[in-house]
Each structure stands twice: as structure tokens, then as C-alpha cells.
Design a protein around this ligand. Structure first.
Ligand SMILES: Nc1ncnc2c1ncn2[C@@H]1O[C@H](COP(=O)(O)OP(=O)(O)OP(=O)(O)O)[C@@H](O)[C@H]1O
Ligand SMILES: [Mg+2]
Length: 224
């Protein structure tokens, strides 16, 4: 089993958390100790006994079976729902790759697998020089790409595939997530992606009612 995965998406709001949590549950079902990680979160803060916590972090923690410290699961959190490097600048914080790597190392010490969710898409900036792609490279994780199935997604998916491969990372698979139930020519778009992604299609997730998104299942490893 891979020591973990890096879940990215074609955009923000395309189902990364839904898929990352499903992968965490899938791996946990094999008996492995699995923890989710959201290195950088912006906005979506909810009141919890641990204080204000980002909603993706709450979902990933609920899916996992390792009781990991919040500061390791989510080293950086910013209040405003904006691009992380801007949220960081507003907070007077410089996002450090070393701090993310250290947090990941701490999680990996107590888990068999760490499923890391990005923020937004693959090249989202984290500082003047860093992007989320650098996190994936620093952690050396195979990438799972969540494609939010809507008009425009073919270009976003294929660009992301190129960006992943250009960094020497493995595209471990992709998920077609039907976020727009009204997408025209869904089957044709799905067939185009399936022909061009040249990586395992892990799942086609139908459009679901809100309550159902926490029970999505994803096969892992592919073809199992
Ligand atoms: N297949 C689906 N059917 C219906 N709703 C979905 C589906 N997948 C995701 N959603 C909903 O779309 C919204 C965005 O999903 P999610 O939070 O997983 O996206 P994300 O890519 O993680 O976003 P972010 O960039 O904010 O982290 C959520 O409200 C989620 O419940
Ligand atoms: Mg998310």
C-alpha cells in the first residue's frame, strides 16, 4: 500500500474532500491506520470543542481512525475563504514547506497512510514562491485528481495531468465527480477523459444528495 496519497482537483469545490474522505475510509477498512491531512485551509470555519476548525479538517478527521493532533492535521488555517497566499499575507504568516513536511512526518509516524488534501487546484499559490504542487513534490506522494464534471473540466483535467507528470509525480488515478447534474453530453465528456487521462479511473461518482456525500465509496488500489 502506498504510504499515502495527495488528492488534488480541477478547481475549488469539485469534491476533493468527498473523495479524500472516501479514500481514508477505504484504506481504514483494510485495517490500516489512516489519517487525513489538510495542510492549508482558508475559510469554512466551524465552532467545535477544539475551537474554530475548518470543515474539511472536520470531515477528514471523522473519516480517519487515528487520533492525530489538530496542528499536524491542519498546520495552517486562515479565516477568510480566499486564496491561501493572500490569506497568509493578511494574517502576517509565511507558509513554510518545512512546517508542512514536519507535520506530515509526525502524522506518518502514527499511521500506515496519510491522505493529503490540497486546497483549490494543483497550482494554487501558497506564497510568493510556493504552490501546492511543491507540497505534493515535497511529500513525494502519488496524486489522485478529482475532476468536477462540468463544462470546462476537460481542459482543467488535462492541464492538471500535465502539471503533475511534469514534476515527476505519479498520477495514481482520477475520479469523475458529477457536481453538475445538468452537464450536457456527460457520457461523451466522460469517454473523452477516460481516453486521454492515461491513468486509472477510480470512480464515477453520481450527483448525490448532500447527506449521501459522506458515504461515497472509492476503490483502492485501482482494479482491486
Ligand atoms: N457528487 C456530488 N454530488 C453532489 N454534491 C457533491 C458531490 N461532490 C461534492 N459535492 C458537494 O460539493 C461541495 C464541494 O465538495 P467538496 O467540499 O468535497 O469540494 P473540495 O474540492 O474539497 O472544495 P475545497 O476546494 O473547498 O476544498 C460540497 O458541498 C459537497 O458536498
Ligand atoms: Mg475540500
Amino acid at each position: 500500500m502506498a504510504r499515502g496519497l495527495f488528492v488534488t482537483g480541477t478547481d475549488t469545490g469539485v469534491g476533493k474532500t468527498v473523495v479524500a474522505a472516501a479514500l481514508v475510509r477505504r484504506l481504514a477498512r483494510t485495517g490500516a491506520r489512516v489519517v487525513g491531512m489538510k495542510p492549508v485551509a482558508a475559510g469554512g470555519l466551524l465552532a467545535t470543542p477544539d475551537g474554530l476548525v475548518n470543515e474539511d479538517v472536520i470531515a477528514l478527521r471523522a473519516a480517519g481512525n487515528v487520533d492525530a493532533p489538530l496542528a499536524a492535521v491542519n498546520p495552517y488555517v486562515f479565516e477568510a475563504p480566499i486564496a491561501p497566499h493572500i490569506g497568509a499575507a493578511w494574517a502576517g504568516v509565511e507558509i513554510s514547506l518545512d512546517r508542512i513536511r514536519d507535520a506530515h512526518t509526525a502524522l506518518a509516524a502514527d499511521a500506515d497512510a496519510v491522505v493529503v488534501e490540497g486546497a483549490g487546484g494543483f497550482l494554487v499559490p501558497l506564497s510568493d514562491t510556493l504552490s501546492f504542487a511543491d507540497v505534493a513534490v515535497a511529500l513525494g506522494l502519488p496524486v489522485v485528481l478529482v475532476v468536477g464534471m462540468r463544462l470546462g473540466c476537460l481542459n482543467h483535467a488535462l492541464l492538471t495531468r500535465e502539471a503533475v507528470l511534469a514534476r515527476g509525480l505519479r498520477l495514481a488515478g482520477w475520479v469523475a465527480n458529477r457536481i453538475d447534474p445538468g452537464m450536457a453530453a456527460f457520457d461523451d465528456n466522460l469517454a473523452t477523459l477516460t481516453a486521454r487521462m492515461q491513468a486509472p479511473r477510480l470512480a464515477v461518482v453520481p450527483h448525490l444528495a448532500a447527506m449521501e456525500t459522506s458515504s461515497v465509496t472509492i476503490d483502492w488500489p485501482p482494479g482491486d
